[in-house]
Design a protein around this ligand. Structure first.
Ligand code: AHM
Ligand code: MG
Length: 340
């Protein structure tokens, strides 16, 4: 009899990993991933239809960051809250679009906190560029009753993290601390199917990714680093690539190697990106794939957050580019220390 190639869906994969990693979790963790997968299939479908109905453009309100909310931001947020809020394992949901954590009174059943950016890069939708969803999962600390304090955990405590990129295809990338796996949405099956097994970032890439329009406002060490990259100081000829959609820029960096930077600038002295639902999940994935992530001083995953929507500078990428960045930071510190 002819043997047909079999597929592995994200649910099957998570169940297998769960048996190995969290035998005590009894399907709980996979139910969270199923909730995210369901919500993001619905979000992806709306993103693909953008322009056909009335989904494009702003709703006329701003979110907690003071940023204009797009209609699809609101839809994506509601869909994640709806699909995850019904899972018994969820104690709290924290979203870029909500000022405070959304809590569920489930006594001790709710053991996980899911933090997410429902639709990252949403200002790109109107021009048909890729956008994404980013998430991070923590255990709820047993001894902390205050929801905000329960959420404020460093990235090193993430149980799992991932992102979905709505690009030329829809791809779901996740880690639960044992490697990074990528799944492509097969629209004919309606499932995310394993397509990238144990993803590893190349040691060095040929792309650097940064909003160079801001370069005059970057700290000196960042400018020196970019000059080194451009002048062949890292032993390779680089090209620049910048979508302005973090998930898309990071996904390319994961597959092709290189470095992505969002440095501190004058309007954003703490950087623009958010620690808990942008930097942390991508840093966890980068580390699992053999890469690194820093805020210029510390590992991203070592930062103890002080507020839920806190911003951070982010430099993330392949080991060669990241070590060269650390070197630039050290050299910038040395004369400063000598002059003290
Ligand atoms: P958002 O969460 O409001 O969409 O903003 C985050 C986005 C990232 O996707 C992207 O890396 C960055 O903003 C681009 O910012 P800029 O336009 O300043 O380069
Ligand atoms: Mg975002």
């Amino acid at each position: 009899m002819k043997e047909f190639p079999m597929i592995t869906t994200i649910q099957q994969h998570v169940l297998q990993q769960q048996e190995e990693l969290f035998p005590e979790a009894r399907g709980i963790f996979s139910s969270l991933v199923s909730g995210i997968s369901l919500a993001t299939k619905a979000i992806g479908a709306q993103v693909r239809r953008a322009g056909l109905g009335d989904q494009l453009g702003a709703v006329g309100s701003t979110n907690v960051q003071g940023e204009e909310q797009q209609k699809l931001d609101v839809y994506a947020n509601q869909m994640l809250l709806h699909c995850l809020g019904r899972r018994d394992a969820v104690a709290m949901l924290v979203s870029e679009e909500n000022e405070e954590p959304v809590t569920f009174d489930r006594d001790h059943a709710g053991r996980y906190i899911v933090v997410f950016d429902p639709l990252d890069g949403s200002s790109n939708i109107d021009v048909n560029a890729p956008v994404g969803t980013i998430f991070s999962i923590f255990r709820r600390p047993e001894t902390e009753d205050d929801p905000t304090l329960a959420v404020l955990q460093p990235g090193s405590r993430q149980v799992a993290a991932g992102y979905i990129v709505y690009g030329s295809s829809t791809i779901f990338v996740y880690t639960a601390g044992r490697g990074v796996f990528g799944f492509t949405l097969d629209p004919s099956v309606g499932a995310f199917v394993l397509a990238f097994e144990n993803m590893k970032m190349p040691q060095q890439g040929k792309y650097y990714s940064v909003n160079e329009a801001n370069v005059d406002a970057f700290p000196t060490a960042y400018r020196e680093y970019l000059a080194r990259i451009r002048n062949g100081g890292l032993g390779c000829e680089y090209s620049s690539r910048y979508v302005g959609s973090l998930v898309a820029d990071f996904h390319r960096t994961l597959l092709k190697g290189g470095v992505f930077l969002y440095p501190p600038t004058a309007p954003h002295p703490q950087g623009k990106l958010r620690l808990m639902y942008e930097a942390n999940p991508l840093a966890f994935i980068a580390e699992q794939a053999g890469g690194m992530a820093t805020d210029g001083v510390r590992k991203i995953t070592d930062i103890q957050p002080e507020t839920i929507h806190q911003r951070t500078p982010l430099v993330i990428g392949s080991p060669v580019e990241m070590r060269a960045f650390e070197q630039c930071m050290k050299e910038a510190e040395a004369p400063a220390a000598a002059g003290r």
